[in-house]
Design a protein around this ligand. Structure first.
Ligand code: SF4
Length: 470
């Protein structure tokens, strides 16, 4: 059975899930690849192509080979991004990554490749990770030599190669096993953040909701509850949990929301009218598209703004902006200045995102920093209401607007939208940049505007519904 680098990394994360994938692929819960994941994969491919093009300009370029495949009789499989043939018969390995630093996973990855090459009879002399230089700022022409860093990792790889080789052999032995214990897996004793999509396969019969929906639950408690086979929240006593966990437990037991009026009151006390509900969409790319931009910088390209002019008013005004191409956000900021007055609160969901963008835009445009800092200082986070003020088991332990909206305002929905979340919006914008003018481009822009508008309208309706509880 073949063991690729991706398989090996999965093995290191969870041996059982790799075994399931390889032995029972039809039962393995394959995840669909989102448009955003495709965008990331495409970016990785583009970075690799740029590096290849750059190296082919070197003297002795014919000593490079790209995407060369190596296989061993044990089933090990490696596709090396770039190989340099040294005059003494040895080779150098270059693994290209579209990230901006060398991670532990990259080292493991390069070590796996080295093991496969050496078990194929090749002598590996030097090993490099080629990654983005996070300090690179694009000017009018993309300079691939400056954008990429070639980090030597030969010593690090050599220091872990024996241990990694033992793990590779462990993975081979696991794949040779026709059977494993499929009746349970170790994540039964760990919080939800550790679970993968195979959890339900290995642990059938765990109720929903369960102890894993209790927020920030300590590992010792999970250990205790799971060892006593108490997965159902009805089997947990209120005295055994604390803080937000108690609200979630009560909501589950009564199958109705738990409302903490004092938290709601405190939230609404800080609200000042006019009220501005604001949401940004941003794009970021491994290869900077604009002059003055670093790899992976978040560039806002769109906002939606709903305004309630005064307390009790039934008026609701909407303003929006969507860049027509790749551009820095100066026109967007000017449009915001036209719409947002100097008094009143701004409302966003998970405000650190909007406020971080405000800070970055203030650095980019110092003459706009006062305006942007001011709106950050006036920003209220609507998500805070759902961290103890209003808890519903139907949120599944999440405070994401995508989970809260269908429960609180079921008449509004992201379902069936062509652009249905922030990463879709980023991918759609990237796609739009490549599209010629015409009906397809128009339709895509309309989808993007509808999505962003729903984000702020959803906040308005949630805000109003919650306000009715005090
Ligand atoms: S839930 Fe955890 S232990 Fe179980 S298969 Fe997934 S990663 Fe492995």
């Amino acid at each position: 059975m073949q063991l690729s680098k991706t398989n090996f990394l999965q093995y290191l994360t969870c041996a059982k899930s790799l075994w399931l994938l390889k032995h029972k692929p039809r039962l393995y819960p394959h995840q669909t690849v989102s448009n955003y994941e495709e965008k990331l994969a495409q970016e990785g491919y583009e970075v690799q192509k740029l590096v290849e093009g750059h190296l082919l300009q070197d003297e002795g370029a014919n000593k490079y080979s790209f995407n060369k495949v190596y296989k061993t009789s044990q089933g090990l499989y490696a596709e090396a991004d770039i190989i340099w043939q040294n005059d003494d018969g040895t080779v150098n390995i270059y693994e290209v990554k579209s990230s901006s630093s060398v991670s532990k996973a990259h080292l493991t990855d390069a070590t796996f490749q080295t093991i496969v090459l050496e078990r194929s009879g090749i002598i590996v002399k030097s090993i490099y990770i080629v990654h983005l230089n996070k300090e690179y700022v694009r000017s009018d022409i993309l300079n691939v030599g400056e954008m990429m860093s070639f980090s030597t990792v030969t010593e690090q790889v050599r220091s872990i190669i024996d241990e990694t080789a033992m793990e590779v052999d462990g993975a081979i032995r696991l794949l040779e096993q026709a059977e494993i214990d499929e009746t349970s897996c170790s994540c039964l004793k760990l919080s939800k953040s550790h679970h993968c999509a195979s959890f339900d396969y290995f642990n059938p019969g765990i109720p929903k909701p369960s102890i894993y929906n209790l927020p920030r639950i300590h590992k010792n408690k999970i250990l205790l509850f799971s060892s006593e086979r108490r997965f159902d929240l009805n089997d947990i006593d209120e005295s055994e949990v604390s803080g937000n966990q108690l609200s979630v437990l009560q909501a589950a037991k009564t199958n109705s929301p738990v409302i903490n009026e004092s938290v709601l009151e405190k939230f609404y006390e800080q609200v000042k009218y006019p009220l501005y509900f604001l949401d940004y969409e941003t794009f970021s790319s491994a290869i900077p598209l604009l002059d003055g931009v670093k790899p992976y910088a978040h560039i806002p390209f769109q906002f939606s703004l709903h305004i309630i002019p005064s307390e009790g008013s039934e008026e609701l005004h909407h303003f929006e902006y969507l860049a027509d191409g790749a551009e820095l956000p100066i026109e967007m900021i000017k449009e915001m200045q036209n719409c947002i007055g100097s008094t009143g609160s701004l409302v966003s969901w998970h405000k650190s995102f909007e406020n971080t963008r405000n800070k970055e835009m203030g650095i980019l445009y110092p003459d706009k920093a006062n305006f942007l800092n001011d709106i950050s200082n006036r920003m209220i986070d609507l998500e805070d209401l759902f961290k103890g003020g209003y808890v519903d088991i139907a949120f599944g332990g999440s405070t994401s607007i995508k989970k809260v909206l269908p429960v609180i305002v079921p008449e509004l929905s992201y379902d069936n939208m062509e652009v249905a979340n922030g990463t879709d919006a980023m991918e759609a914008f990237t796609r739009m940049l490549e599209m010629p003018d015409g009906s397809d481009r128009k339709k895509l822009k309309k989808d993007m505007l509808e999505y962003c508008e729903l984000d702020t309208l959803a906040m308005v309706r949630i805000f109003q519904k919650m306000n009715a509880y005090i």
